[in-house]
Write a protein that binds this ligand. Structure first.
Ligand code: SF4
Ligand code: SF4
Length: 308
């Protein structure tokens, strides 16, 4: 359960490639008494900048995988016929499961006439609690091709909340998953603020509206950062107008700058270099710290009055 004393900020984007992680790392550099968490578990990359030193690492057991017990199998071929994912192959009368293709549906396990198939939980990856130069960091690495990322996101959030409570920290800053699928819904669960990083293009606006719709459904306040706003000033103005119309606070507009590339090449957060972007992000962090989300009841009435 989320702790009402803990401010949970989840940085989101309607799609990948908006600069969400670079901005999250910069905010992590500016934050105090904060636990950081990389919930973008399908493509985690906060660790590239945060350079974590793991203090605890544990296995993440996810979905089940079928295993044929050869001593019980009579090579009838039923499982191969039933598998919709072509995960069961036969070689010289020996049936085996290709775990890269097995989707864990359990059909073969349920219908093997010899009960020759076991269906244990599988190792999907590892998660860690690490020290970084900015503060404690909870993160994970899935094995290639593994799913169950919504379940892993929930696990990471639970661990990050417990760590914040143990340390007496008041803020949890998360890099959320992009898009609007299961992992982003898990990322947003219990958040006090969704901070959307948006590109000033028509598709960027469209992606933002979809993810803002998910936030509205869960009654999570949304604030906006327009990234690389000067690459499309017209698109940026359209986004600002949308924010004003829909009541999304605009926390900042970040210009395109080679400072970002310079920081990435040095393995630093943008704010660790002095410059325009660092000043810009410092102002954004001040706004985040000052932001008091509306009571959920107020949000509900705001949504009820919003034109569809
Ligand atoms: S259905 Fe069972 S017995 Fe038949 S081939 Fe598959 S594992 Fe072997
Ligand atoms: S669990 Fe489902 S996907 Fe995996 S091998 Fe069995 S039938 Fe195929």
């Amino acid at each position: 359960m989320p702790n009402p004393q803990l401010k949970e900020i989840v940085v989101i984007s309607g799609k990948g490639g908006t600069g969400k992680t670079s901005i999250t790392c910069a905010l992590a550099h500016l934050a105090k008494n904060t636990v950081f968490c990389d919930l973008d578990v399908d493509v985690p990359d906060m660790h590239i900048i945060l350079d974590p030193k793991p203090q605890k690492t544990e296995a993440f057991m996810g979905g089940n995988k079928a295993i044929i017990q050869q001593e019980l199998c009579v090579a009838c071929g039923t499982c191969q016929e039933l598998c919709h994912f072509a995960a069961i192959t036969e070689d010289a009368g020996r049936f085996t499961v290709d775990h890269a293709l097995c989707e864990g549906c359990g059909v073969c396990f349920a219908l093997c006439p010899q009960k020759a198939i076991s269906f244990p939980e599988a190792l999907c990856g590892h998660w860690s609690v690490s020290d970084t130069r900015f503060g404690p960091f909870v993160h994970a690495l899935l094995k290639p091709g593994e799913e169950n990322s919504g379940k892993l996101v929930s696990l990471l959030k639970k661990e990050a909340r417990a760590l914040a409570k143990e340390l007496g920290y008041t803020t949890l800053l998360c890099d959320g998953s992009p898009g609007i699928g299961c992992p982003v819904v898990s990322s947003l669960a219990g958040a006090s603020l969704a901070l959307a990083v948006v590109e000033p293009s028509l598709s960027g606006q469209h992606d933002f509206q979809r993810v803002a719709g998910v936030c509205a459904h869960f009654q999570i306040p949304v604030a906006v950062i327009i990234n690389r706003y000067d690459l499309n000033c017209q698109g940026s103005e359209a986004l600002e107008a949308l924010c004003q119309k829909e009541g999304y606070p605009l926390f900042g507009k970040i210009p395109f700058s080679p400072e970002l590339q310079e920081a990435s090449q040095k393995g630093l957060a943008i704010t660790e270099l002095k410059g325009t972007l660092a000043d810009n992000l410092a102002q954004i962090w001040e706004r985040i710290e000052r932001f008091q989300p509306r009571a959920r009841s107020q949000l509900r009435s705001l949504q009820a009055t919003r034109p569809s």
